[in-house]
Design a protein around this ligand. Structure first.
Ligand code: HEC
Ligand code: HEC
Ligand code: HEC
Ligand code: HEC
Ligand code: HEC
Length: 346
């Protein structure tokens, strides 16, 4: 007996390892959705930790919990709202997404964008299938994926001139990152799935903060400034270079504000004028359509004005969510009618 174990130790060890691995794989598939099992995005965290953390800070993870939605949907109880805010899946062949009953608080969860017919669909080729995977790059890189819920914005994108439409939603709203598809592996999963490779991919954070000062989103030119002694007329020529309106969206309330400030030598603001753009009033900045916006300043000591600072920002109606889309400085010197354009300073 002793001799047998001794002679066959390699075989026995291999057998033990195989049994152990089979056990692990069994355990690892416990997060796969099947009847009677509730799957949470937190179950994906075990292997896709970095992606989970990005998603956790996205508006999608917050789409049910956020107080505006809670208020306007009567605590999440209006059926017609739930399809987009807590969907089962977005792969419905043009139908509205059906609402999910379980894990409602997770909002737009991992499964909604990735699970179809028992497999997880994604854009990248995989090395090891810890669970069934279907690779479909086209689906994940196309704006239509976002358009299932962002309907108004997607229509604007479709209608935008081609020059603006070369960019996809993902291209601008999912910041490029380098990280592992599968993160924080244990020794076992490292043995099983090999060392996770670092890939060039895109962040799931999708917050607007990440596009603050998006280069070249908007072009602003100062086309005219006639100084009297007390009165200054300024004409701004504004072109939205995004493939959707500013602001955009069909839900929630938001506005964009274009403000012009007169700044003196000590960086103090002497005067400010602004104009608001609303979706509801159809005063949005439309893709690639130039807009002339006049401002008039009266009763200022023009001699002390050093520059005109233009700021474009977007905020929700109550102003508690605010991002600066861009700022532009135009030095005001002695010559009248300076038609200078300055690139974004930031
Ligand atoms: C046991 C670990 C593990 C768990 C848990 C897990 N995954 Fe995965 N997943 C992997 C591995 C490994 C890959 C392949 C990675 C590779 O080859 O680079 C993968 C690949 C994927 C892909 C394909 C990526 C692509 O672009 O082709 C998607 C989508 C995905 N997982 C979604 C999920 C979701 C959603 C969950 C939660 C319900 C989840 N996974 C839970 C290990 C896991
Ligand atoms: C709103 C839809 C949406 C949600 C929600 C979402 N994803 Fe994705 N996911 C995408 C898109 C789009 C891509 C492709 C990004 C690109 O262009 O590279 C992607 C890529 C991936 C990939 C492969 C590429 C990579 O970045 O590693 C994995 C794995 C993945 N997602 C897992 C998850 C997990 C896990 C969750 C939940 C924590 C999740 N996704 C939530 C849309 C979504
Ligand atoms: C299942 C429906 C759904 C899909 C698919 C979806 N979104 Fe969203 N998205 C939402 C909802 C709902 C909100 C509002 C969440 C909130 O503010 O609480 C939102 C919010 C956002 C915001 C923040 C907007 C703001 O005003 O702050 C951005 C940016 C965004 N999504 C980008 C994307 C991109 C890019 C894609 C495609 C990769 C995508 N979304 C796919 C439903 C979806
Ligand atoms: C060229 C880059 C770019 C592309 C492509 C793009 N966006 Fe945007 N998006 C922005 C910038 C910059 C803002 C901030 C300015 C604004 O509010 O319009 C923004 C704002 C938004 C907002 C917030 C609403 C608002 O008015 O503040 C949503 C929602 C959104 N985008 C969704 C989408 C969707 C869906 C697509 C694809 C159909 C898309 N975006 C394509 C750059 C882009
Ligand atoms: C077709 C999909 C869809 C449906 C249906 C839907 N929403 Fe939304 N909702 C979105 C998207 C996408 C956003 C992100 C902003 C945008 O594009 O308008 C959003 C954003 C919001 C916001 C803004 C959140 C914030 O903090 O800025 C509120 C509030 C909201 N939705 C309430 C509702 C209510 C209430 C209903 C039902 C009457 C509803 N939604 C139905 C897709 C949808």
């Amino acid at each position: 007996m002793h001799g047998f174990v001794y002679r066959r130790w390699k075989l026995i060890a291999a057998g033990v390892i195989v049994l152990w691995l089979v056990g692990c794989v069994g355990r690892y598939t416990s997060f796969m959705p099947r009847s009677g099992v509730e799957v949470s995005s937190a179950d994906c965290r075990r292997c896709h930790q970095e992606i989970f953390l990005e998603w956790q800070h996205s508006p999608h993870a917050d789409s049910v919990k956020n107080e505006h939605y809670q208020f306007y949907s009567d605590g999440g109880s209006i059926d017609s709202c739930r399809g987009c805010h807590q969907p089962v899946t977005i792969f419905t062949d043009g139908q509205s997404p059906p609402p999910r009953v379980t894990q409602a608080n997770e909002g737009v969860d991992c499964l909604a964008c990735h699970l179809q017919c028992g497999s997880f669909w994604g854009p990248l080729p995989v090395r090891y299938e810890a669970h069934p995977v279907v690779v479909n790059e086209e689906r994940y890189r196309h704006s239509a994926l976002c358009g299932v819920c962002h309907r108004a914005t997607y229509s604007e994108w479709q209608a935008a001139p081609f020059a603006a439409r070369v960019n996809t939603c993902q291209g601008c709203h999912m910041t490029p990152v380098k990280r592992r598809v599968m993160a924080k592996p244990s020794l076992v999963s490292r043995l099983l799935f090999s060392t996770p490779r670092v890939v060039k991919t895109r962040s799931h954070e999708m917050t607007l903060a990440s596009i603050e000062h998006f280069p070249d989103a908007v072009r602003v030119e100062l086309t005219q400034d006639q100084a009297g002694t007390q009165t200054l007329h300024v004409m701004l020529r504004v072109t939205n270079r995004l493939p959707h309106g500013i602001p955009t969206g069909e839900y929630g309330y938001r506005k964009a504000t274009l403000a012009a400030e007169l700044i003196d030598e000590d960086e103090k603001t002497l005067a400010e004028r602004s104009v608001d753009f609303f979706i509801e009033l159809r005063t949005q900045l439309v893709p690639l359509k130039e807009r002339q916006i006049p401002f008039q300043f009266e009763g200022v000591d023009l001699a002390s004005v050093r520059q005109i600072r233009v700021r474009l920002e977007r905020s929700s109606l109550e102003g508690e969510k605010r991002i600066v889309i861009g700022t532009w400085d135009f030095p005001l010197d002695a010559q009248p009618s300076s038609a200078q354009k300055q690139e974004e300073s930031n």
